[in-house]
Design a binder for this molecule. Sequence first.
Ligand SMILES: NC(=O)c1ccc[n+]([C@@H]2O[C@H](COP(=O)([O-])OP(=O)(O)OC[C@H]3O[C@@H](n4cnc5c(N)ncnc54)[C@H](O)[C@@H]3O)[C@@H](O)[C@H]2O)c1
Length: 453
Amino acid sequence: MATRQKSVKTGKKPKTGSEIQVPKGKLGVMIPGMGAVATTFVAGVEAVRKGFATPIGSLTQMGTIRLGRRTESRAPKVNEFVPLAGLNDLVFTGWDIFEDDMHAAASNAGVLERELLDQVKPFLSSIKPRKAVFDRNYVKRLDGPNVKKGKTKMDLAEQVRQDIRDFKKSSGASRLVTIWCGSTETFIEPGEAHQSVKAFEKALTQNDESVAPSMIYAYASLMEAVPFANGAPNLTVDIPAMHELSRRNEAPICGKDFKTGQTLIKTILAPGFKARLLGLSGWYSTNILGNRDGEVLDDPGSFKTKEESKLGVLEHILQPRLYPELYGKIFHKVRINYYPPRGDNKEGWDNIDIFGWLGYPMQIKVDFLCRDSILAAPIVLDLVLFLDLAQRTSELRDIGVQEWLSFYFKSPMTAPGLYPEHDLFIQLMKLKNTLRHLRGEELITHLGLEYYD
Ligand SMILES: NC(=O)c1ccc[n+]([C@@H]2O[C@H](COP(=O)([O-])OP(=O)(O)OC[C@H]3O[C@@H](n4cnc5c(N)ncnc54)[C@H](O)[C@@H]3O)[C@@H](O)[C@H]2O)c1
């Protein structure tokens, strides 16, 4: 179990703020899947630490938070307002089915330039992948040699738990966080084995096929009281068994599927149409990408998992039941095509058919020449730091799902029965208001009448 540290009140108004433990010592970041996203994240953190890069896109590093009235001019940086681990305190490990260290994996991924990679080479080369829990039945387009062996899935979970304990010891980390940056697994629906910790453990010992490799890492992490974030659309921690384990062991969870690229743009544009009551008849999204993620998503099983994640967004933002004339008949299509020449630099096209006053149609075309992993890396950093904060915070550590982190996900996890909030701006308000609440500051409603008394 993670060691608990001395508690202090950090809120400005202690009577309403939460207890947040001070982040002492190192924070160990454990990453199943050392591919494009993971290596771009770790190389970037090291480049920032060495002072030759800026953490653009990271709310924890560059964001500010307004406090009190507009007339007060109080807007501290997020990382000065809540006690987050510093970048110099981060240490890393990972698992992968390939034997490449992080430098070789980053070179293969082809996201970052050789010059930058050379500057962080000694550090990246020192991070070597542990043997992975892997099964081709869940990711059909991949196979690799660096894989654990075990009679049952429970044996494999025990081996991952041992890895976690070994890393904690060898790195000297006082706290740990796991973030899944592994491939998208084939589509799985929640079933019997996922309903409770007891049923899940039975399934582990019986090699039940409804237990995917990502769930084995998640189970091992939560058993070791380590928070877990899910960057892929896989089911992983979005099942009652993991919610239960997360609450029981005070290891917060969040997911699913990093919100980058096309879906990021969709959740920026759609709230705008809805705000101005512009109708929508169709949204056709297509992508070409040529990285390993694209290759994995070329398999129909993995694509289905991704498609479900991408399609839910519009329905939740536009609320067709409340606005049947505007959003009752939307044709929404999402395509991903594997096209190797593009590598990680994908191109996403959107054709959006909207209509306005008296039903007159208009079209919007978006062509996003996007760098997927460049958009994902700051999300990984923020999630690692915020999940660690959640575990140090009395009010958050035992609630399981951290819905306030929806901002970072395509398919935000929520408590059972709640619909997710997809609108990026509502998500940002939710995140910042959660931080204000934890520190005993007034929530910002943007009402503004108080200025006209
Ligand atoms: N890049 C983005 O913008 C973005 C956005 C949302 C979600 N994602 C998701 O993040 C994940 C990582 O993306 P990427 O571009 O880095 O992909 P990638 O293919 O470059 O990296 C994934 C790595 O995971 C490894 N892997 C697969 N199964 C594993 C297992 N069971 N254990 C350990 N390692 C395993 C693969 O060998 C590979 O090295 C994917 O699931 C992707 O769908 C990425």
